[in-house]
Design a protein around this ligand. Structure first.
Ligand code: C2E
Ligand code: MG
Ligand code: MG
Length: 670
């Protein structure tokens, strides 16, 4: 008999059956007894039918008559003890003849294995049929498995995907930074969740909600990554549509009230930080209701659409036009360095509505009324600014419509006029509204023409003639003086060059230049270019500068003045005597001319004034300067200047500043 202790080394239940005695049990190991939940004594000497399930009994019965047989394997359920349905795998081995007709019956409890097998099978089936795509990669990110849903969504077949990396669906819209974060998260053993815009094999983009988890082996090492991905393109698009509907007006496609006010609020916060202005224009169409009532809603809707487009045409890309509702629109003008820009936009809007609207073959005239407020002058909060703009708009309606009104509290008449002037001035040069007139300068003794002062003029269609006393300081403040000054300089040089055949030899032109122009680096080059382009010798040009410019002695300005003198350009001190009592600068600077301010001319006959003028002339001559008397209006004034030896005069008594043609006529008469 075999040693029963050996029966247990395999961990399986082993039973020895005597085939010469109907298969009677002759020995059993401890494992086998435990499997049957019987004592060993209760098993030994029993017949198979007494201890085994029917299938085993049947197998033994089948094999009993056979001299030899190969191992028979079969499974039964053992409904024993509390554990129902234990699956046992039986193997019946017939042993060799030398040992007598003994058979060994092996019993292996495979319940757990079987359960695992079927669970795995179920899981595999679930993954295969999942409506969510699943990708399994190795630790390097090489794809080992994709389910059919992956193929369906991406268009990449199983064989195409295996061996590749998930980068095959990269769209190019995800930043390397984002991928790095993803990879760092999962390789450090944590789950990563997020949404990525990916690309199908056919090139289409789609949004995926992705969840990636590391899979560990029994030692806790990461061996794989599994990614579960859901196509959320539809949801994303739906969200986008919802967002759009919440923020945009369906009819005009403009931002609606909500978004417009949001933009305004943002603009205010930014302007507050940057100390800038924000313009808020409230626009109401003037006879929209009439159109709607008489022609119908189709016309009304069309009119609103076209009006919206015209409004958009009036603004910069950074501005916002929104529809507040009905025929009310809002324009937000953020980052206004110059609040007057808001006025020019308002002008543009009014102009844009002058032309009739062509709606379904009808020409419809609809003007607009505009109410304007400026942050921070008219309010610091969005709702206050809106309310005030609305009030201003009603004032525009009261004033007869088709116009713009500002909210009074913040912008008084003078400030408003200045703003308006500034906004109109900004385009005046381009519109050709700036031109130059010439005032003759004559020799005091002979009366012969020696030169002309070029003076800027602005003829505005809206404002009429504007004095340089008003617009030059404005241009200086806003920086426009650079362009305007350059224009006057070039015009004067070109004009004198064109005149040279008709005018006396040595005629010169004097051009006024603001401190601000001289302070800009490269001013000497501007002058040099103007002369060269005109073909005019440098000594034909005199530049008039104010006393303050010399008195301040700014290093860069001194340098510019020296290079102008080096070129041969003449320098004059304008309005002499009004500013600085110290005249020492005249010694330091290469000045050619002083122009006595016209304030000294008025009271001729006044002893004090007369002696002052006398002193200026004497001092000028002692410094070798030419002295010009300005603002000479009467014969007495001229006589006085002749008497004291003033070199040249300029003033209404000789001639007013003249347009170019008139100047030429004056010159040929003189
Ligand atoms: P300014 O340089 O002292 O120019 C002389 C001003 O006196 C001119 O005024 C001229 O029209 C005026 N005037 C001439 N004769 C008489 C007179 O007999 N009686 C009176 N009451 N006035 C007379 P305008 O043209 O209005 O220019 C005013 C100022 O504007 C100029 O004073 C000058 O400082 C400035 N300006 C004019 N054009 C330019 C320019 O192109 N650039 C710069 N930077 N400033 C300019
Ligand atoms: Mg002058
Ligand atoms: Mg002057």
């Amino acid at each position: 008999m075999p040693d029963v202790a050996l029966f247990d080394v395999t961990g399986k239940g082993i039973f020895a059956l005597d085939f010469d005695d109907d298969g009677r049990l002759v020995a059993v190991g401890a494992v086998g007894a435990a499997l049957l939940e019987l004592e060993r004594e209760a098993i030994v000497d029993r017949l198979p039918a007494e201890v085994f399930p029917e299938a085993v009994v049947q197998a033994v019965r089948d094999c009993l008559p056979l001299p030899i047989f190969t191992a028979r394997i079969f499974q039964t359920l053992l409904p024993l003890g509390g554990v129902a349905d234990r699956t046992i795998e039986w193997t019946l081995h017939g042993l060799g003849v030398g040992m007598g007709r003994i058979a060994l019956l092996e019993a292996n409890d495979v319940t757990v294995r079987k359960r695992n097998d079927s669970r795995l099978r179920n899981m595999a089936r679930a993954v295969e049929q999942s409506p969510i795509s699943v990708v399994i990669t190795d630790v390097k990110g090489i794809i080992e498995y994709v389910n059919p849903r992956f193929t369906q969504i991406t268009g990449y077949g199983y064989d195409e995907a295996i061996g590749m990396t998930p980068a095959i669906v990269k769209s190019g819209f995800t930043s390397p930074q984002q991928y790095r974060e993803l990879w760092e998260t999962v390789t450090s053993g944590r789950d990563w969740r997020g949404e990525l815009l990916n690309r199908r094999k056919n090139g289409d983009l789609f949004w995926e909600h992705i969840s990636i988890s590391p899979i560990r082996d029994d030692d806790g090492d990461i061996v794989r990554f599994v990614a579960v991905k859901e196509d959320v393109t539809m949801r994303k698009e739906y969200e986008k549509r919802l967002l759009y509907q919440a923020h945009y007006d369906d009819l005009t496609k403009l931002p609606n009230r909500l978004l417009s006010i949001d933009r305004l609020t943002q603009a205010l916060a930014r302007a507050d930080r940057n100390r800038e202005h924000v313009g808020v224009a409230f626009i109401d169409l003037d006879n929209f209701k009439k159109v709607n009532d008489t022609l119908g809603h189709t016309y009304g809707d069309d009119l609103l659409r076209v009006a919206a487009r015209r409004l958009v045409g009036c603004i910069r890309a950074s501005d916002t036009v929104g529809r507040l509702g009905g025929d009310e629109f809002l324009i937000v003008l953020p980052d206004l360095h110059d609040p007057a820009h808001a006025l020019s936009v308002a002008d543009k809007i009014l102009e844009a509505f002058q032309e009739p609207f062509l709606i379904l073959g009808h020409a419809i005239t609809t003007t607009a009324s505009v109410g304007l407020t400026i942050f921070p002058n008219d309010g610091r909060e969005a709702n206050i600014l809106l309310r005030n703009a609305d009030a201003a708009m009603y004032r525009a309606k009261d004033a007869g419509r088709n116009c713009c009104r500002t909210f009074h509290a913040g912008l008084n008449a003078i400030a408003m006029h200045r703003l308006r002037l500034e906004s109109l001035l900004s385009g005046a040069l381009e519109r050709g509204e700036i031109f130059v007139v010439y005032q003759p300068q004559v020799d005091t003794r002979t009366g012969k023409l020696i030169g002309a002062e070029a003076l800027a003029r602005w003829r505005s269609p809206e404002l009429g003639m504007v004095s340089p006393m008003d617009f030059i300081p404005l241009a200086e403040d806003s920086g426009l003086i650079e362009q305007i000054g350059k224009f006057v300089l070039e015009t004067a040089c070109n004009q004198l060059a064109a005149w040279r055949d008709h005018l006396p030899e040595g005629m010169r032109v004097s051009v006024n230049v603001s401190s601000r122009q001289v302070a800009v680096p490269g001013f000497a080059d501007v002058v040099e270019n103007a002369l060269r382009n005109a073909g005019l010798p440098a000594q034909c040009l005199e530049i008039e500068l104010t006393e303050s410019l010399f008195a301040l002695r700014v290093a860069s300005v001194v340098e510019t003045l020296n290079s102008l003198r080096a070129m041969g350009v003449r320098l004059a001190v304008d309005d002499f005597g009004t500013g600085y009592s110290s005249l020492s600068y005249l010694r330091e600077f290469p000045v050619n001319t002083v122009k006595i301010d016209r304030a000294f001319m008025i009271p001729v006959g006044d002893e004090a004034a007369d002696s002052l003028v006398r002193a200026i002339v004497a001092m000028g001559h002692s410094l070798n300067l030419q002295v010009v008397g300005e603002g000479v209006e009467t014969a007495q004034q001229l006589a006085f200047l002749q008497e004291i030896g003033c070199d040249a005069v300029q003033g209404y008594f000789v001639a007013k500043p003249l347009p170019a043609e008139a100047f030429l006529r004056f010159a040929s008469r003189a």
